[in-house]
Write a protein that binds this ligand. Structure first.
Ligand code: CA
Length: 211
């Protein structure tokens, strides 16, 4: 990546949840003083005190309102086996990325630990649809002693036969995720061995976040 491009990338990724926000210093300190350590991912408190946040973070949060579609998946954790299963069920009302008025969506799941990607898996690609059905399980080995350190970054992608595949939208689950992603994760941990499914709205993200 050219130096100028990476130079542009740094301030943006620094504002994304869980990827460097803690390094911003004064801002994260002001948030911690308000409430719990992870209160900064709460949308309500974010907006209420938005004056203290840099513009790129506000832009990222406002992107929640962009209608990119929704993704339904279940999470299931087997503590004794150390097995984390995310089952992609379906998506609806995805953003059209192709001139056909549809997209060719597949879902890429990254196992993240402290901002680094440890593994990635993807579903099959569904052609020419905005409402794909997957019902595909993706399994990661995560021992119980590590389950609190990891999160899943989930990207719905548009496959293109020519050129680069594009990100339609993303969501995240884990202790450090936004409110819904954190709630779903905690529900999974509270009810081990039981698949728990929820819809997640997709968020917009800069392509540099992913590559
Ligand atoms: Ca396409």
């Amino acid at each position: 990546m050219p130096a100028t491009a990476s130079g542009n990338v740094v301030p943006i990724t620094a504002g994304l949840p869980g990827l460097g926000l803690k390094e911003l210093g004064p801002m994260s300190q002001s948030i911690r003083q308000e409430s719990s350590p992870w209160a900064w991912v709460d949308m309500t408190s974010y907006r209420a005190s938005s004056l203290v946040f840099p513009a790129e973070i506000i832009a990222e949060l406002d992107s929640h309102n962009v209608d990119l579609g929704e993704l339904m998946f279940s999470l299931c954790y087997l503590p004794t086996a150390g097995r984390l299963t995310i089952t992609m069920i379906k998506a609806r009302n995805l953003k059209a990325m192709d001139i056909t008025g549809a997209s060719d969506p597949y879902v890429k799941v990254s196992l993240m630990c402290e901002g680094r990607r440890l593994k990635k898996r993807k579903t099959s690609t569904m052609r020419n649809t905005l409402n794909p059905l997957y019902n595909e399980a993706i399994v990661f080995d995560v021992p119980p002693e590590n389950i609190n350190q990891i999160s899943l970054l989930i990207a719905v992608m548009d496959y293109d036969r020519v050129g680069h595949n594009e990100v339609i939208g993303v969501c995240r689950v884990g202790n450090e995720a936004e409110s819904l992603g954190r709630d779903h994760w905690n529900e999974m941990l509270t009810y081990p061995r039981k698949p728990i499914a929820h819809w997640h709205p997709l968020m917009e993200v800069w392509a540099s976040y992913y590559y």
